[in-house]
Design a protein around this ligand. Structure first.
Ligand SMILES: Cc1cc2nc3c(=O)[nH]c(=O)nc-3n(C[C@H](O)[C@H](O)[C@H](O)COP(=O)(O)OP(=O)(O)OC[C@H]3O[C@@H](n4cnc5c(N)ncnc54)[C@H](O)[C@@H]3O)c2cc1C
Length: 429
C-alpha cells in the first residue's frame, strides 16, 4: 500500500466530485456468497453485476471508494486495447481474436449506459477521442489503426493535419484519427456513482477495511481485515490492481506499478477555451511516453503524462507537463495551474489485463495500463458473469498463471532506463 494521502492534495477530482456514498468500516463477522476486494471500477462493477444476479456480495476497500487509479485518472473513456484488431487475430486466432475485438471495441458503452441507467451524478460527454500522430511513422500507424477498426464497423475516421489542428487547437500533430465511441467522465464521481448503484443493488460496501490475509479452509474462504473482522465466502474476486501490495504472494511482481502525473489549469477564459478541443474531443498521442489531455466540465485544461517513479516531492515534479502544455497550446501561456496530482497504473509484460486463479474460488484481475475506465467496468461485467456461471468463455482473456517480471527487483532501474530511451526516441516537445 502506498503512503499517499487522499485526496492527494490538491486533486481536481476530489475538489469537484459528487459526494461519496455513506459507508462504514467492517466491524463484524459475516458470510457472503462472494467477497470482492478493491473499491475501484473493476471491483465495484463486479459487485454490482453480481448483486443484480441475486448474489450476496461484500466489497472491502482499504481506504475510500476510488482511492486507487479510479479516483485519480484522466477520465478519458476510450475503447480498444494496446493492440490493433489485426494484432488481436494474430495473437489469439480468428475466433477468439474476433471475440476480443468485439469486447475491446465496446468497453466505453457500459460506462455511459450505467451512468444513464443509475441516473448517476457524473459530468460526462461522448464526443470522441483523437489520437494525435507525432511523427510520419506514427501517422502511418494511425491510418492503419483507423482502417482496421473501420473494417470492424467502428465509427472512426482518419484525420489530416489541418483537421487535427482545428479539432485539437494545437499545431503539434501531423494528423491522427478519431474514434467516436469514446468520451469523458468525472472519474471520481463515476466510481462513487458505481458504489452507490452497487449499494442500492444490495452490495455491502465497507471502506477503511483493508484485507490483510485470505485463507481457504474446507472449500470456504476467510477474508480477514486489519482490525480482526472476518468475512467467509464461497468465492473471492481480487481487484486491487496497482495498489494491492503483498496481499497475494508474488502478484505484485507481475506488474510495473508506474506513476502517471497530471496538471490542470484554472478555468480558462472563454476566448482561449474556444480554441482548444472546441467540439469536446479528448486526446492522447502516439508517443511511447504518451501525453493525454482534455478539457474538464468547468473549462480547465488538463494534461497528463510521465513522472518520477517515486512519489512526488513537490510541484517541480509536474513542471515538465506544464512546459509541455505551454508549448503545445501557446494560447494558454500566462494562465496558472490549479491542481497537480498523480496515481499508479499496473503495467503488465504484454500490456494486457491478466486474470489469475491461483486457488479454487479466487479470481484475480490485474493490469490496467492507461485505459481502465471502460476496460475495468467491462471486465467487472465479464467477471460477474464468470463467477455466476463458471463459464470461462464469459471472460475476454484466458486465465493464466502468476509469472513474475524478469529482474523484478531491479524494476526502478529498468523503468528509468526505458523512460530515458523512450524520451530520446519520442523526440522533444
Ligand atoms: C493518473 C492516471 C491517469 C489515468 N488516465 C486514464 C484515462 O484517462 N482513461 C482510462 O481509461 N484509464 C486511465 N487510467 C487507468 C485507470 O484509472 C485504471 O485502469 C482503473 O481505474 C483501474 O481500476 P481498478 O478498479 O482495476 O483499480 P483501482 O482503481 O486502482 O482500485 C484498486 C482498489 O483496491 C484497493 N485495495 C488495494 N489493496 C487492498 C486491500 N488489501 N484491501 C482492500 N482494498 C484494497 C485500493 O485502495 C484501490 O481503491 C489512469 C490511471 C492513472 C493512475
Amino acid at each position: 500500500m502506498y503512503p499517499v494521502p487522499f485526496p492527494l492534495s490538491p486533486s481536481l477530482w476530489a475538489a469537484t466530485a459528487a459526494p461519496a456514498p455513506a459507508t462504514e468500516t467492517l466491524h463484524n463477522n459475516h458470510h457472503a456468497d462472494v467477497v470482492v476486494i478493491g473499491g475501484g471500477y473493476a471491483g465495484l462493477s463486479t459487485a454490482l453485476h453480481l448483486a443484480e444476479r441475486g448474489i450476496k456480495v461484500t466489497l472491502l476497500e482499504a481506504r475510500e471508494i476510488g482511492f486507487g487509479a479510479s479516483g485519480r485518472n484522466g477520465g478519458q473513456v476510450i475503447p480498444g486495447l494496446k493492440y490493433d484488431p489485426d494484432d488481436m487475430i494474430k495473437m489469439y486466432g480468428q475466433e477468439r481474436g474476433e471475440q476480443l475485438i468485439k469486447f475491446a471495441g465496446q468497453t466505453a458503452n457500459p460506462v455511459f449506459d450505467l451512468i444513464a441507467k443509475h441516473n448517476m451524478d457524473v459530468p460526462h460527454l461522448r464526443k470522441g477521442w483523437i489520437q494525435g500522430a507525432h511523427t510520419p511513422a506514427a501517422l502511418e500507424l494511425a491510418l492503419q489503426r483507423a482502417e482496421q477498426w473501420g473494417r470492424h464497423g467502428a465509427p472512426v475516421k482518419y484525420l489530416d493535419r489541418a483537421q487535427t489542428q482545428s479539432l485539437l487547437g494545437t499545431e503539434r500533430y501531423l494528423g491522427g484519427w478519431v474514434d467516436e465511441r469514446a468520451g469523458t467522465v468525472q472519474p471520481l464521481s463515476y466510481v462513487r456513482g458505481l458504489a452507490r448503484a452497487a449499494m442500492n443493488a444490495g452490495v455491502n460496501v465497507y471502506t477503511e477495511s483493508p484485507v490483510d490475509s485470505l485463507a481457504l479452509q474446507n472449500g470456504k474462504w476467510s477474508v480477514h481485515t486489519a482490525n480482526g473482522s472476518v468475512v467467509t465466502s464461497d468465492r473471492v474476486v481480487m481487484c486491487t490492481n496497482a495498489y494491492g501490495g503483498d496481499l497475494w504472494p508474488k502478484l505484485k511482481t507481475t506488474i510495473i506499478d508506474a506513476n502517471t502525473f497530471q496538471v490542470a489549469t484554472k478555468p480558462l477564459p472563454e476566448h482561449i477555451l474556444n480554441t482548444i478541443m472546441p467540439e469536446g474531443h479528448v486526446c492522447s498521442d502516439t508517443r511511447n511516453l504518451l501525453l493525454y489531455f482534455r478539457r474538464d466540465h468547468q473549462g480547465r485544461l488538463l494534461m497528463g503524462g510521465r513522472g518520477p517513479f517515486r512519489e512526488p516531492k513537490g510541484p517541480e515534479d509536474w513542471a515538465h507537463l506544464e512546459r509541455v502544455m505551454f508549448k503545445m497550446f501557446p494560447q494558454v501561456k500566462g494562465e496558472s495551474f490549479e491542481y497537480r496530482w498523480c496515481g499508479r497504473v499496473a503495467v503488465t509484460r504484454d500490456y494486457l489485463p491478466h486474470l489469475h486463479e491461483p486457488a479454487p474460488g479466487l479470481l484475480i484481475d490485474i493490469g490496467c495500463m492507461g485505459r481502465g475506465v471502460g476496460l475495468q467496468t467491462s471486465m467487472g461485467q465479464a467477471i460477474a458473469q464468470y463467477v455466476a456461471t463458471d463459464n470461462k468463455l464469459a471472460l475476454p482473456f484466458p486465465i493464466t498463471s502468476i509469472k513474475p517480471f524478469p529482474l523484478y527487483g531491479l524494476r526502478r532501474i529498468y523503468v528509468n532506463a526505458v523512460v530515458t530511451w523512450y524520451r530520446l526516441n519520442d523526440g522533444g516537445l
